[in-house]
Design a protein around this ligand. Structure first.
Ligand code: GSH
Length: 331
């Protein structure tokens, strides 16, 4: 089974975070494989990798596995620099990184999720709601969720207003005035594109092309650019988890084991047995392994696949994650 560029994306199409990665690969024209997943646990394909982290997306590049879009996107830029679409100037880099934080960490996604239509098939499925209760650690009660909608609309209206009156105010096509969408556009557009694509998520009395013409036109333009890019490429090959592991056996590590920063506040040392896990959602699903790299923005640990005991390197960002000594550590 061939995995183009040794890249395999584990995802499901309704995941807005995963769409960022699929869009990035499409806009770059980077051929890859995909391992499609259900939107709830269990995920037997991912169990093959022996990785407890449960969030989607997850990206394998050879024997390296990357968690979290906040690490996956800069890694793809660095590992495949020919034709990279990241920001160029320091100002653009600042805007792109702040956009990433604003949309992912600072509330736009969370408030968008509160606007998922309660009539959507997933929301009516008790199994899905139970899965997300485990994931978020909060009850997913339809009455409580209905009451949260007006406040979520107020926050999302604020987010639309920011795009409309600042970044898109001068009528530009793309955030950094590029010819085609860039990484900055992916980081700006994704929760807005998700909301517009869910019928009834947005109440047109408050958020519609009437109030925010430039932002709606931008979202539409992005969708069209993506469709054109997708149509010009072969469809990603679909693979199973077992096929990914089989492929990895003959693939290389894309990054050498790095340094463990002697000045890290955690005091961890190379070779320590450590546990990593996200702090915000899916926090119960942690991975333990041997520490191979620790920098201010990345932690890497070595783990073995369930079948065959093959070593993989699992990479996570420092932001939004905790790393601690597996024995005697506290979380
Ligand atoms: N900070 C993470 C968030 C990922 C995330 O929350 N993904 C959602 C899907 S959009 C998820 O994993 N939901 C639970 C699940 O599918 O198991 C990232 O940037 O990758």
């Amino acid at each position: 089974m061939s995995i183009p560029n040794d890249i395999c994306l584990f995802w499901y199409t309704t995941s807005p975070y995963a769409r960022k990665i699929s869009w990035y690969l499409t806009l770059r024209g980077l051929a890859h494989a995909q391992c499609m997943q259900p939107n709830v646990l269990p995920r037997p394909d991912m169990e093959q990798l022996n990785i407890a982290y449960r969030r989607i997306p997850l990206l394998a590049v050879g024997k390296d596995v990357y968690l979290d879009t906040r690490l996956i996107l800069p890694k793809l830029e660095a590992l495949f620099p020919d034709g990279a679409i990241g920001p160029k100037s320091v100002e653009e880099q600042a805007i792109q990184r702040l956009l990433e934080k604003w949309t992912s960490d600072a509330g736009v996604f969370t408030r968008s999720a509160q606007l998922i239509p309660l009539a959507a098939p997933a929301m009516k499925d008790p199994n899905f709601r139970k899965d997300r209760e485990d994931f978020t650690g909060r009850p997913w009660d339809l009455n409580v969720m209905a009451r949260a909608r007006p406040e979520a609309t107020v926050h999302i209206r604020d987010a639309f207003e920011i795009l409309e009156t600042t970044l898109l105010a001068d009528g530009r096509e793309w955030i950094f005035n590029t010819e085609k969408p860039s990484l900055g556009d992916i980081d700006a557009v994704w929760p807005f594109h998700w909301l517009v694509g869910m019928p009834t998520a947005l109440d047109p009395n408050y958020i519609s092309p009437t109030q925010f013409p430039k932002t709606f036109a931008y979202i539409d333009r992005f969708g069209k650019a993506l469709k054109a890019a997708r149509e010009s490429l072969p469809k990603p090959v679909s693979v199973t988890g077992a096929q990914v592991v089989e492929h990895m056996a003959n693939a290389r590590f894309y990054e050498p084991a790095g340094n463990v920063d002697a000045n890290d506040p955690t005091g961890l040392k190379s070779g320590d047995e450590v546990t990593i896990g996200p702090l915000d959602s899916g926090a119960k699903h942690r991975d333990t392994g041997r520490l191979v790299t620790l920098t201010p923005n990345e932690v890497v640990l070595a783990k073995q696949t369930r079948a065959g005991g093959m070593e993989l390197h699992v990479h996570a960002p420092r932001w939004g994650f905790r790393v601690f000594r597996a024995t005697g550590g506290k979380i």
